[in-house]
Design a protein around this ligand. Sequence first.
Ligand code: GN1
Ligand code: MG
Length: 385
Amino acid sequence: MAKKKFDQGYLQEILRNFQIRGKTASVVPFGSGHIHDTFLAKNSVKGCDSYILQRINTTVFPDVEVLMSNFAIVTEHLRKKLAAEAGSNHQMEALTLVCASDGSAYYQDRQGYCWRLLVYIDDTVSYDRVEDEGLAYQGGRGFGRFLYLLSDLEPERLIEVIPGFHDIDHRLDQLDRAAGEDLLSRKEGVKKELEFVAGRAEAMRKIKEMGRVKLLPCRVTHNDTKFNNLLLNRQGEARCVVDLDTVMPGHLAYDFGDALRSLANMAVEDEGDLDLVEINMSYLEQFIEGFMAEIAAGLTESEIESLAEGCLLMPYLLGVRFLTDHIEGDRYFKAAYDGHNLQRARVQLRLVELLEKNVKRIACFISATNQKCRCCHGEASRRNP
Ligand code: GN1
Ligand code: MG
């Protein structure tokens, strides 16, 4: 998908249709998401919030009502949980929606585009890549805490906004169909990648199968735990998980593996030189420590076992999705050049290869960290009954 351009006049006119306070100065492109068009609207009036304006990608999310109703359920739950916790600040730790002038959760302009507005959480940053171990640890804390806060929200309350989002069979079917049709004659150029995917398809069905036989509980999961979907404060502490569009019923291993595939990769997601794609084991371990510190107490044995598998599944699934999109002509993910999605696919498949070599070590580390966290919790509760 190509990026769409909007001029200032157009964007300011959109903003006038929301219940904003103060005066928005300039509206500038913001972040590096692959799906929506996102802008930051800075407020020039002191004491008034700045805003994040998003044009919702309705090709990816055709049912905007459902998208926004999931958003409301999740943020409402987070707000209630945070309000009940001493020392928490829900405005810093959960997203706040700004309603359109007529009170709706989004605004549809004359061209039919759908827009939504969120309060910008001041003094926070996000990173496309982890820069040190402390950030990796905070990545674990941030996503682990988010999952912990949502662990008592019934998954049935959320609608599966993109059906089969992390369903391995569905994603492999899409790839098969794209390669079978091969409308742009791109299949010949991706033979190696298709073979790589086919060779691992069976092994990658493990988590789905564990879910099917009810070995894995269905939880509310984020489903897009890329490191840049976590805001951190200036001191480098995890603050708020953003991009709630795919919060849906899922398995914990999805979020765990998805976070690690972005966080432990030493290269960027579309790195051209595959030799630069490397796993940073100490980032990976720091993430696990932070994640388990937040959530270990509530996990089942099978869930813990599934986490290392999630590290393989998530880069594999995303590799399959990028590859499918490349074969279909970049219709889903924004692409800056021809072959961009192929490059992204290659990076993910390279990660699978590297993680396969380390999966036993990762599983041992998860298990040891889990034991340690449970001991600490046990100690703490004995001391503070
Ligand atoms: C997309 O919106 P963004 O860039 O955070 C995608 C995720 C992928 C991610 C890869 C709805 O997320 O599933 O993991 O790109 N979101 C959707 O960078 O497809
Ligand atoms: Mg997204």
